[in-house]
Design a protein around this ligand. Structure first.
Ligand SMILES: Cc1ncc(COP(=O)(O)O)c(C=O)c1O
Length: 404
């Protein structure tokens, strides 16, 4: 029997539907998994697709290679359609970290060039920018985005203030890791282009959480993960580079996707290397597992059957319910913006008055937390594998811990 939340607009039929979706996930049924923002769990059909390919490959790893390269191409095309980008502009990558490294270390820099980023980027990507500073003499500047911003203009103004005539690249997360802010990327891309800069986006959390339309966003580079909200196998991400920018990308790892003759544009205006789209060459980092990339199409199929907008709305509905339940506690400070356009399925808080916040041992709830100066940071991901009853379990556990 699905849990009906009487305090929130839903229905028996609606909750029965979400229960049927939840049952397809492989998460232990007695556990509450609220950390899709770190790692998505695969629905069973996606996992089985990957297993099927893994097994088939092992029957003859040599003979099946070419066949599965074609399957990976089909999977890339399906992903590209899902995020509304031309398939030839997409390279598969192991993850978004790799995708952004391909941009930052693939572009040519002059000492003094500036990369304009924000104070809310992911730590591993900050490391990548730091290396660029040390190796190429670029200067990394930071827009100070308020936490939380009250509207898109707060984000845009923070960037606008830091532009100089040396700004060559704007780099920003589409959805920030610590606070779940959805940045106004389309407007930021426009701002970057107006100022003569390129824009690269860290889209770790966007695919599968919010509908993505890369043609509309008009970014130069966009790195994304499939293994978070799209719930595809671990080690699946992608790099999109707009057609006009691909010529500026150097290979970071050189393998068979490179040619001594260089890349050429055909009459169809597609940049090719070794007769294949340039981006498909740049993704060749030598021998890699094909099954995980091939199964991305199954993850897309799973989500398309539910519907992108419905997924976004469900995540937001659960997030709104959680925020509502914590709003009056007096000890939970919401870090995620309340403005609907700036906020999705991540809710981040600062909690005061907790000695310890390990909710797994006692309650079997998985949620990331970090303590600093007696204040806990907590990030709750509400996705289609979750329900109102699980939000209730989290909130009840928090009350219990606080009173302990
Ligand atoms: C905003 C953001 N960027 C990048 C990453 C890194 O993802 P991956 O380790 O899959 O490259 C994360 C991971 O949580 C993230 O939140």
């Amino acid at each position: 029997m699905p849990h009906i939340c009487t305090a929130w607009p839903t229905s028996v039929a609606e909750e029965a539907y979400w229960q049927s979706i939840r049952e397809q996930y492989m998460i232990a049924p007695d556990e509450v998994y609220l950390n899709t923002g770190s790692f998505g769990s695969q629905p069973r059909p996606v996992f089985e697709k990957m297993l099927e390919i893994l097994e088939d490959v092992e029957r003859n790893p040599t003979r099946h290679r070419a066949e599965y390269n074609r399957v990976v191409d089909d999977s890339r095309a399906r992903l590209a359609a899902f995020i509304n980008a031309p398939a030839e502009d997409i390279a598969f990558a192991t993850n978004v970290t790799m995708a952004i490294n391909m941009v930052v270390h693939g572009l040519d820099w002059r000492p003094g060039d500036e990369i304009l980023t924000s104070n809310q980027e992911y730590g591993a990507i900050d490391n990548c920018l730091h290396l660029a500073e040390c190796r190429y003499g670029v200067v990394v500047k930071r827009a100070e985005i308020p936490i939380p911003p009250e509207g898109p203009e707060d984000v845009l103004n923070a960037f606008e203030r830091e532009f100089t005539d040396r700004t060559k690249l704007v780099f920003c997360s589409h959805i920030t890791t610590r606070t779940g802010l959805i940045t106004p990327i389309k407007a930021l891309a426009q701002l970057a282009h107006d100022r003569g800069a390129l824009i690269a986006v860290d889209g770790a959390h966007a695919p599968g959480m919010i509908p993505l339309d890369l043609r509309d966003l008009n970014c130069d580079f966009y790195g994304g993960n499939c293994h978070k909200w799209l719930c595809a196998p671990k080690g699946t991400g992608f790099l999109y580079a707009s057609s006009s920018m691909q010529e500026r990308l150097n290979h970071v790892v050189v393998s068979w996707g490179y040619s001594r003759e260089g890349a050429r544009r055909g009459t169809d205006d597609i940049l090719r290397i070794n007769d294949r789209p340039f981006m498909w060459g740049i993704e060749n980092w030598g021998t890699r597992d094909q099954a995980c990339f091939a199964a991305v199409s199954a993850a897309v199929e799973f989500q398309e059957a539910v519907g992108k907008k419905r997924i976004r709305e469900r995540g937001r509905q659960l997030a709104a319910y959680l925020r509502d339940r914590l709003a009056t506690t007096g000890w939970a400070k919401l870090l995620t913006p309340s403005v609907p356009d700036l906020s999705g399925s991540i809710s981040a808080f600062h909690f005061s008055g907790f000695d310890d916040l390990d909710l797994y041992e006692r309650y079997r709830i998985t949620v990331p937390t970090a303590k600093s100066d007696d204040v806990y940071w907590i990030r709750v991901s509400t996705h289609i594998c979750n329900g109102f009853d699980q939000v209730d379990r989290l909130v009840d556990a928090l009350h219990e811990e606080r009173n302990a």
